[in-house]
Structures are given as structure tokens and as C-alpha cells.
Design a protein around this ligand. Structure first.
Ligand code: NAG
Ligand code: NAG
Ligand code: NAG
Ligand code: NAG
Ligand code: NAG
Length: 314
């Protein structure tokens, strides 16, 4: 009589233990969607008229594990990463997005989002990456974005934004905003001098209508800038004495009205690409590490630049 009981209880124990183990396993792998985040997400889906990209977004299933585009949740089931690239989203950015309080990464590029960039994005305290490029957004850049305490990359290129860079962008709350990309918009005006103080590593202002001085953007003191593109604007300043940072790898100032000469220091930098063409520069191209290896086209159409890779100076 004893053996079967033992067997049975052992079996029962093992079975319960296995169940217990598997429930532990489930609990660690399957984070369950936080109800308030689920509600905000469903509002986003309805806002975009339930477009087919949201077909997996069934209110009865777990948003953290079963919904396309929801790429991350924290341990409390709060959504941290959204990726809606090419979801055919049309219309304004929905206010329900602002209710995802733990959102770190918002990837909304390559859609047909229109209307203004809403100020509430600047109050999403956990936002680190904001990708809105390649949409149909209009109006100004909200100054509230500079209040984001953890922001690392803001990418608003390929839209129809107007107005100038907000003054507040010189004093980001986040100590190391690393990348600011505003290319191919209709932005204008001069760049606030304060922006030269922001510790930006990658700055892309290409293809806008910015005017005036931009020399302070290169400020040598902050050596983290390694990629700067201010090409295709209406910048007008003397390049002779700009303080080029030691870390500069990509420099594109082409298609502006920049005058003066190329600073000697340019020859010492670890440049991988340079383009100073279509400006009003003059004088000898600095000698040094790499400049003569670049194609002459990147120095062409200036007032009187000379020396390798262009023709010798007289
Ligand atoms: C989207 O789906 C919700 C819930 O099923 C429904 O109430 C709403 O009418 C739908 N909206 C559109 C535009 O189809
Ligand atoms: C976007 O729309 C196109 C054309 O209607 C369709 O082929 C594509 O599957 C849609 N994309 C998504 C992610 O639903
Ligand atoms: C945006 O809208 C245009 C015109 O309605 C359409 O052709 C295009 O496929 C849409 N693109 C995306 C990414 O939704
Ligand atoms: C510099 O910018 C211009 C205009 O935006 C672009 O056509 C060119 O390819 C860029 N040069 C390099 C070296 O990337
Ligand atoms: C001169 C200047 O603007 N220096 C700044 C460089 O960046 C750091 C932050 O990393 C600032 O504290 C400095 O003021």
C-alpha cells in the first residue's frame, strides 16, 4: 500500500513542482500589458481608423507579446518601444501617444503623419529616441522638446516644418543629446547662438532655408561633434577662423554663401568626407592628412580655392 502512495505523492509533488516552474517561466518571459497602456494603444489604433497594420491589435490579447509594432515593455507591462515604420498612418499624431508614460523609443518615420508636432511630446519624460522623419508634418518645432530629460536623438527630417530652431534648443535638459536631424524641411531664420553650446554629436540641417552665421556650431571646446551637415542653406559667414573640433569626421557646408578661407586645422582632422563646394571660399586648401585625397568636386565652385586636389595656386 505504501509504495503506490509514495509514487502518487511523488508524482503529485513533481507535477505541482513542474507546474510551479513553468508558471515562473511564463511570468518571466510573458510580461502582461499594463491596462492603461493598452487603452492608450487601442485609442491610437482607432485614431488611425484601424488600418490593416494594426490587425494583430486584438483587445483580448497581450499588447506586450502579441501586437505588432510594440517592441518592448518594462517589467510592469508599460510600453517602452513602438515601431510604426511604414504603417500607412495618415493624419495627426494622436494625443493618446502621450499617455504611454514609460515610452523610450517612438519610431513613427515613413508614414503620412500630418499637422503640427504636438507639444505634449516634450512632456514624455522617458523619451530617448524620437523618429518622425519622412512624414507630412507642418508648423514649427515645439520648444518643449528641449525639456525632455533623457532625449538622445531627435529626427524630424523630410517634413514640411517651418519657422526657426527654438531658442530653447541651446539648453537641452538632457546632458548629451547626441543627434539632431532636421534635414529637408522649410526651416528658416538664423540658428540661435545657444545651440553651439548644446553637446550635439551629429547635426544635420541640410536642405532648409537657414540664414546668417553658423560658425559657433563648430565650437572646438566641445569635441564631441563628429558629423555636421549644414549644406543647401543660405548661411553667410567667414569660415577662416572657425574652431573645428578634433573629432570631426563628416563636414558638409556645400551650397551656401560661406566666404573666407579654409582653416589650417582642417588638414589635421580625421575627416572621412568633406564637401565645401558651391560657396565663396578663397585661398589655399590646407595641406595635411587627407584633404588632397578627396575628389576636386568637393572643393569646386568657389571663388578662388587652390592647391591640391584643385589646381596649384599662383
Ligand atoms: C475601429 O474599431 C473599433 C472597435 O472595433 C470600432 O468601434 C470603430 O468604429 C472602428 N473604426 C473605424 C474607423 O473603422
Ligand atoms: C500600406 O498600404 C499598402 C498599399 O495599400 C499595402 O500594400 C501595405 O501592406 C500597407 N502596409 C501595412 C504595414 O499595412
Ligand atoms: C502616403 O500617402 C500617399 C498618397 O496618399 C501614398 O501614395 C503613400 O503610399 C503613403 N505612404 C505611406 C508610407 O503611408
Ligand atoms: C553634401 O551635401 C550636398 C547637398 O545636400 C549633397 O548633394 C552632397 O552629396 C553632400 N556631399 C557629401 C560628400 O556627402
Ligand atoms: C564651451 C561649452 O559649450 N562647453 C560645454 C561642453 O559640453 C558640456 C556638457 O557635456 C558642457 O557642460 C560645457 O559647458
Amino acid at each position: 500500500m505504501q509504495a503506490p502512495t509514495l509514487k502518487c505523492s511523488l508524482f503529485f509533488f513533481c507535477y505541482t513542482f513542474l507546474l510551479f516552474l513553468s508558471s515562473l517561466n511564463l511570468a518571466s518571459s510573458a510580461i502582461v500589458c499594463n491596462p492603461s497602456d493598452k487603452k492608450a494603444l487601442l485609442d491610437i489604433k482607432y485614431h488611425f481608423h484601424n488600418v490593416s497594420a494594426f490587425k494583430t491589435w486584438d483587445p483580448k490579447t497581450d499588447c506586450c507579446n502579441e501586437w505588432s509594432g510594440v517592441l518592448g515593455c518594462d517589467k510592469h507591462g508599460h510600453v517602452t518601444t513602438l515601431d510604426f515604420t511604414s504603417y500607412n498612418l495618415t493624419g495627426p499624431i494622436p494625443s493618446s501617444l502621450g499617455q504611454l508614460r514609460k515610452l523610450k523609443t517612438a519610431i513613427l518615420h515613413t508614414n503620412n503623419l500630418s499637422g503640427h508636432i504636438p507639444s505634449f511630446l516634450g512632456f514624455m519624460r522617458n523619451l530617448e529616441f524620437l523618429y518622425l522623419y519622412d512624414n507630412k508634418l507642418t508648423g514649427p518645432i515645439p520648444s518643449s522638446l528641449s525639456q525632455l530629460p533623457k532625449i538622445s536623438a531627435i529626427s524630424l527630417g523630410l517634413n514640411q516644418l517651418t519657422g526657426s530652431i527654438p531658442e530653447s534648443f541651446g539648453s537641452f535638459k538632457s546632458p548629451l543629446i547626441t543627434s539632431l536631424s532636421l534635414y529637408s524641411n522649410k526651416l528658416s531664420g538664423s540658428i540661435p547662438r545657444s545651440v553651439g553650446k548644446a553637446n550635439i554629436q551629429l547635426l544635420d540641417l541640410n536642405d532648409n532655408k537657414f540664414t546668417g552665421d553658423a560658425s559657433f556650431l563648430f565650437s572646438k571646446d566641445n569635441t564631441s561633434l563628429f558629423n555636421i551637415d549644414i549644406s543647401n542653406n543660405l548661411f553667410h559667414f567667414d569660415f577662416s577662423n572657425v574652431d573645428l573640433p578634433q573629432s570631426l569626421e563628416y563636414l558638409n557646408i556645400s551650397h551656401n554663401k560661406i566666404y573666407g578661407s579654409l582653416p589650417k586645422r582642417l588638414g589635421q582632422l580625421p575627416l572621412k568626407k568633406i564637401d565645401v563646394s558651391f560657396n565663396q571660399l578663397c585661398g589655399k586648401i590646407p595641406t595635411g592628412r587627407r584633404l588632397k585625397q578627396f575628389s576636386p568636386v568637393f572643393f569646386s565652385h568657389n571663388k578662388c580655392l587652390c592647391g591640391p586636389p584643385l589646381a596649384p595656386c599662383h
